[in-house]
Design a protein around this ligand. Structure first.
Ligand code: B16
Ligand code: MG
Length: 216
């Protein structure tokens, strides 16, 4: 077996959108008279929009109608999009483009596998749309991470077997999804508390394709 494809998570792996999510989820929590901490926001990484709202409601002990849930989801996203629309290609993490170019030059397929329904808009803002063989976002599958659907669809689009794919993720939901998909994974970032990754890299400047190949 050999490495045939890299499937990148988007938020937290290619760019930092967590700060924008946090601003808008904090506003939602304030409407519930609850203070959402940064530590709690970490737990929303990789988790879909609706599921994130449900977690905040659970933490704050809030019960609201289905109509109010929809209203908060719409308002949260509208606030988030205002931030996203200010993004520029300078917000791509250092070293990502170089690694991705190297992977493609080595004959690997590359895809995005993101829980975000805004993934394509963000990728467009970062001027990366043409850099991938496939893009799978949270609107394309029935189940979001930690279920494996997003990564399995990405492998399918790349015409690769899951066992030949390497997922690069920053969240527990994403690492769990990769494991359920039967894929190897790399944890991106310095979080020491996450489980299930085969390797960890702090940033793209430390990514070593030859080392990644030895996992297969
Ligand atoms: P949206 P990823 C995830 O993206 C984010 O990490 C998570 O914080 C967010 O709630 C989720 O997307 C849904 O995002 O509201 O834009 O649909 O990390 O899987 O790329
Ligand atoms: Mg992420």
């Amino acid at each position: 077996m050999s490495l045939k494809a890299c499937i990148y998570d988007l938020d937290g792996v290619i760019t930092d959108t967590a700060k924008y999510h946090y601003q808008s989820w904090k506003w939602v929590a304030e409407q519930m008279e609850y203070h959402l901490t940064e530590k709690q926001n970490q737990k929303l990484k990789g988790v879909g929009r609706k599921e994130s709202l449900e977690k905040i409601m659970k933490w704050s002990g809030t019960r609201i109608s289905e109509a109010d849930k929809q209203m908060y989801l719409l308002k949260k996203n509208a606030m988030y999009l205002e931030s996203i629309d200010t993004m520029t290609p300078s917000e791509v993490f250092d070293g990502f483009k170089e690694f991705n170019d190297l992977a493609k030059a080595a004959g690997l397929k590359v895809a995005i596998g993101s829980s975000s329904r805004n993934a394509i808009r963000i990728i467009d803002k970062l001027d990366l749309v043409l850099e991938f063989h496939a893009i799978v976002d949270g609107g394309m599958t029935e189940n979001s991470k930690p279920e494996p659907d997003i990564f399995l669809l990405a492998a399918d689009k790349l015409q690769c077997d899951p066992s030949e794919c390497l997922v690069i993720e920053d969240s527990q939901a994403g690492l769990t999804a990769a494991k359920k998909a039967g894929m190897k994974s790399i944890l991106f970032g310095d979080d020491k508390g996450l489980k299930g990754a085969h390797l960890q890299i702090d940033d793209w400047l430390k990514a070593d394709l030859e080392k990644f190949k030895t996992l297969f």
